[in-house]
Structures are given as C-alpha cells and as structure tokens.
Design a protein around this ligand. Structure first.
Ligand SMILES: Nc1nc2c(ncn2[C@@H]2O[C@H](COP(=O)(O)OP(=O)(O)OP(=O)(O)O)[C@@H](O)[C@H]2O)c(=O)[nH]1
Ligand SMILES: [Mg+2]
Length: 276
C-alpha cells in the first residue's frame, strides 16, 4: 500500500487529509477513501479553483491530483493555493503542453504508484458535474471495474454544445464502437472511474495516441482485458469559461488511431480463424 508523498496536501497541517488504500475499504460506505480524482489542466485559470472546490464538496474524502501543462496563465499556482486552503491537493507541474494523453499517463501512473484503489478522471473546465461522483463511485462499489459518465445512455445529455461538436462526438463514438466491437456507449467520455487493479493489468504506458484517442484506446484495452464496464448517465455541460483545446489535428489523430486499432483487431481475428 502506498503512502502520500510529503508534499501532498502541503500547507494543510492538521486537516483530515484523505488517505490511500490503507484507509477503510470501498464497500464500507466511505466510498471516497483511497480515491484520487485526476484533473488535467491546460490554461484553466478561470475554472480550476471552482473545479477543485466542487470535487471536494461532492466527495470530501477523495484526494485530488491536478496535472498541469504550463500555459502561462497561472493555473498551477491557483491549484496550489486551493490545495493549501483545502488540503490533499497535489499539483504535477509540467513545463509545456505535452497533451491530454501524456497528462493522463502521468496522472494514472502517479495514482498507482501512490497506492490509490480508485481513480477518477474528469475535465477541469466544469463540463463534468462533480455532484455525479458519489453515484459513479457507488456503481463501482457495487462491482463494476470501470464506470463511465455517459452522455449516450438513456438519461444522459450534452447541454449548450455546438452542433458541430455534438455531431463529431456522436459520429466518433459510433465509428469507434463499430470498428472496435466495443459495447461502451460513450467511448470518448473523459468522466470515468477506474478500479486501480484493472489499470494495473493493462499497459496504458504503451498507448500511442497523443490526444483523445488515448481515452478510446484505454477503454478498448480494458474491455479486452475483461474489465466490467458500467455506464451512468451524466449531463455534459459545455464549458462557460476558458478555451477549448480540441482541434482538427486532435480529431484526425483520434480517427487514425481508432482506424488502425480496428483494422489490427480484424486482421488478428481473421488470422486466428485461418486454418494453418
Ligand atoms: N495537462 C493537460 N491538460 C489538457 C491538455 N489539453 C486539454 N487538457 C485538459 O483536458 C480537459 C479537456 O479538454 P477540453 O479542451 O475541455 O476538451 P473538450 O472538453 O473535449 O473540449 P470542449 O468541449 O470544447 O471544452 C480540460 O480540463 C483541459 O484543460 C494538455 O495538453 N495537457
Ligand atoms: Mg471541455
């Protein structure tokens, strides 16, 4: 079992900092003990403090890890300041924009290295409603290995998202699910809860995608490894402040990655069926 690093929750002396897996097990009702919420950030100065506060309010027992790529707007300093006030907030500071995939790779590795049992990923731009976290965590406690906050199951929705983004997301999900034979309805949702044990069973460090394709590939890897998925409907709210980092380049990269994965899987299935 890991322990929190010394710097963890710096400045929060005396506060009841959440502890990793040597705390009570998930099933006891203290569902946030041993839980880490990862918030990747790039230029989220307008959102990060509120994002941290909302997470802490919804799951007071969960620790928070901000993985910030420096965009020169002071996001990391704001997160550190919130951490001094609230405790149990760690900030991984990286010098330049290394991409969402790299941020998740670092965040997940950090979480596993520090012995957390349950790892949450969510956007820091307030698009993911932190009040849904207790529900996502309880579905995990009921037996799922990965819980996806999904826009594309009954009851899920996207609010104030431009038609183009909505269409791209819908189409991208349809394409990826069909090509990969995945049963996950919202493969591109970054709002997810993972049981650490299933993450340990896959080599997510080997994922090649630099952008959102990382999330698709990770879900696909986990699904193929036998992880039990559950989807919980969530309302995705378009960001109000700050700028989107989604770009045509990232969308095309995801398309390329998914196509390559799908064709590889088909080729492997075909070779497996061929008489030798
Ligand atoms: N560390 C890090 N975080 C990133 C990077 N790119 C995006 N993020 C964060 O990842 C989350 C999702 O990025 P967004 O730009 O909101 O992407 P999106 O939600 O698909 O796009 P919008 O709907 O337009 O907001 C946000 O918290 C970003 O700050 C990056 O290169 N590095
Ligand atoms: Mg966003």
């Amino acid at each position: 079992m890991g322990t929190l690093p010394r710097s963890f929750g710096q400045g929060a002396q005396g506060s009841a900092a959440p502890r990793p897996s040597d705390a009570l097990p998930l099933e006891t009702g203290t569902e946030a003990a041993g839980t880490l919420v990862i918030l990747p950030t790039y230029r989220e100065a307008d959102n990060i403090v509120q994002a941290i506060e909302r997470v802490r309010r919804s799951v007071p027992g969960a620790a928070i890890l901000v993985v910030d790529d420096d965009g020169g707007d002071g996001t990391a300093e704001l997160a550190q300041e919130a951490g001094r006030r609230l405790g149990a907030v760690e900030v991984l500071r990286r010098p330049g924009k290394a991409g969402l995939a790299s941020a998740y790779r670092s965040g997940l590795t950090w979480a596993l290295d520090h012995g957390f049992d349950v790892i949450v990923g969510m956007d820091a731009d307030l698009s993911h409603d932190a009040t849904a976290l207790p529900r996502l965590l309880s579905v995990l406690a009921e037996g799922a290995d990965v819980v996806v906050g999904s826009r594309y199951v009954r009851g899920g929705s996207s609010v104030a998202w431009p038609l183009g983004r909505r269409a791209l997301s819908r189409w991208g999900n349809w394409y990826a699910a069909h090509l990969l034979g995945s049963h996950v309805g919202d493969l591109t949702s970054a709002f997810r809860v993972y049981r650490a044990s299933v993450l340990r069973g896959v080599d997510f460090g080997a994922i090649r995608a630099g952008g959102y394709g990382f999330l698709i590939e990770l879900a696909y890897m986990l699904e193929r490894s036998g992880a039990r998925f559950a989807e919980v409907p969530v309302q995705f709210i378009n960001r109000v402040a700050g700028r989107s980092k989604m770009s045509l380049r990232i969308a095309l990269e995801s398309l390329r990655v998914v196509t390559a994965m799908g064709l590889t899987a088909r080729w492997e299935r075909w070779r497996g069926r061929r008489p030798t």
